[in-house]
Design a binder for this molecule. Structure first.
Ligand code: NAP
Ligand code: ZN
Ligand code: ZN
Length: 351
């Protein structure tokens, strides 16, 4: 297969910093589009994967799955896009397209396993897939999304993971007017959850460990904010929430949030810490509570989310960085020190 060698940023080992390296991209086949990457968001999953915290990383690893760019070439069977279009790629670049889940548009749960944008076996080349910390990417048009024209492209990039990962469970569990929703962890995912749950009509309570985020949480739309390290404040909504979305990236006491739920309430975990989180039986049993998980979202729902954000003028609050600042950005991510998503200006890779 014909390939093109391009510049990227990635890492060769769990303990190594990210550095510039070169990777191969296939030349666009008939159903592919080639996208010049303009912006790529920095998800905490990039850090978990680069550092092998989920124990499946294949090196070299080029992270990045919140991609917005410009289409620079199209294969001759491409019908959805043309050269010059703005386009986006999220966490998935392929799937089997035949299993029950793929047929339902739930490609993220593809039975034989979807092809993730990075760190998955590549169906075309004899390597793993490489993500958006790179000059360009080649993707089958079926896995490429349209970007609403009214949204800022850099601030739209984080919708491709942080946006869909929060939209999908909020929608699946029918969050809406009359419901009180808790969002735990005000990071990239958490701040999108606040904006989206508010736009869906819910009352939103933010739980944060960071006193510096209290005012911001309200500006983002939260109706109230609870400092989770303060036991008195944690009593305020105990047993009163319909739904909790937990987007914390590190170890924390899940029971403290399960007990915020009323009878029949659901806590959905989207945060993916490295180690297991103990759940006490009596956090669930006395109020018939449910504890669930949710992973990103399928392609049709990702487009639906982008269109929803276009209609409601929702984008991410971002801090732009150059690719050369990525290692420093990871250290700040670990401290919860980002308001609220780093987005890499990929033009910096050309420098
Ligand atoms: P992030 O921007 O780093 O946000 C995580 C937030 O968690 C922090 O801002 C902080 O919020 C809170 N936090 C961090 N350390 C904590 C600790 N020790 N105790 C309590 N709270 C802590 O990360 P993100 O990109 O939003 O991702 C969040 C998690 O979701 C990651 O584990 C990521 O891998 C996962 N993820 C899952 C999916 C999925 O499909 N399920 C998709 C994308 C990401 P406060 O300062 O407000 O406390
Ligand atoms: Zn992500
Ligand atoms: Zn499938």
């Amino acid at each position: 297969m014909e390939v093109k060698n391009i510049k990227a940023f990635g890492t060769e080992a769990a303990e190594a910093p990210l550095n510039q390296l070169n990777i191969n991209r296939r030349k666009a086949t008939p159903h592919d589009v080639e996208i010049e990457i303009l912006y790529c968001g920095v998800c905490h999953s990039d850090l978990h994967t680069a550092r092998n915290e989920w124990h499946g990383t294949i090196y070299p690893c080029v992270p990045g799955h919140e991609i917005v760019g410009r289409i620079v070439s199209v294969g001759n069977h491409v019908s959805k896009f043309k050269v010059g279009d703005l386009a986006a790629v999220g966490c998935l670049v392929n799937s089997c397209r035949e299993c029950d889940y793929c047929k339902e548009g739930l490609e993220q749960y593809c039975a034989p396993g979807a092809t993730q944008t990075y760190n998955s076996p590549d169906k075309y080349l004899d390597t793993q897939t490489y993500g958006g910390y790179s000059e360009s990417i080649v993707v089958d048009e079926s896995f490429v999304l349209r970007v609403p024209e009214n949204l800022d492209p850099a601030a739209t990039a984080p919708l491709l993971c942080a946006g869909i990962t929060t939209y999908s469970p909020l929608k699946h569990w029918n969050v809406g007017p009359g419901q009180r929703v808790g969002v735990v962890g005000l990071g990239g995912l958490g701040h999108m959850a606040v904006k989206i749950a508010k736009a869906m009509g819910a009352e939103v309570i933010v739980y944060t460990t960071s006193p510096s985020k209290v005012e911001d949480a309200k500006r983002l739309g939260a109706d109230d904010v609870v400092l989770s390290k303060d036991e008195e404040q944690m009593k305020r909504y105990a047993g009163k929430l319909h739904f909790v979305l937990d987007a914390v990236s590190a170890q924390h006491d899940i029971n403290a949030y399960l007990t915020q739920l009323r009878v029949d309430g659901h806590l959905v975990l989207v945060g993916a810490p490295e180690h297991p989180l103990p759940v006490a039986a009596f956090s669930l049993i006395p109020s018939r509570r449910s504890f669930a998980g949710s992973m990103i979202g399928g392609i049709p729902e990702t487009q639906e989310m982008l269109d929803f954000c276009g209609q409601h003028n929702i984008v991410s609050d971002i801090e732009r960085i150059n690719i050369q600042q990525i290692n420093e950005a990871y250290e700040r991510l670990l401290k919860g020190d980002v308001k609220y998503r780093f987005v890499i200006d990929m033009a910096s890779l050309k420098k």
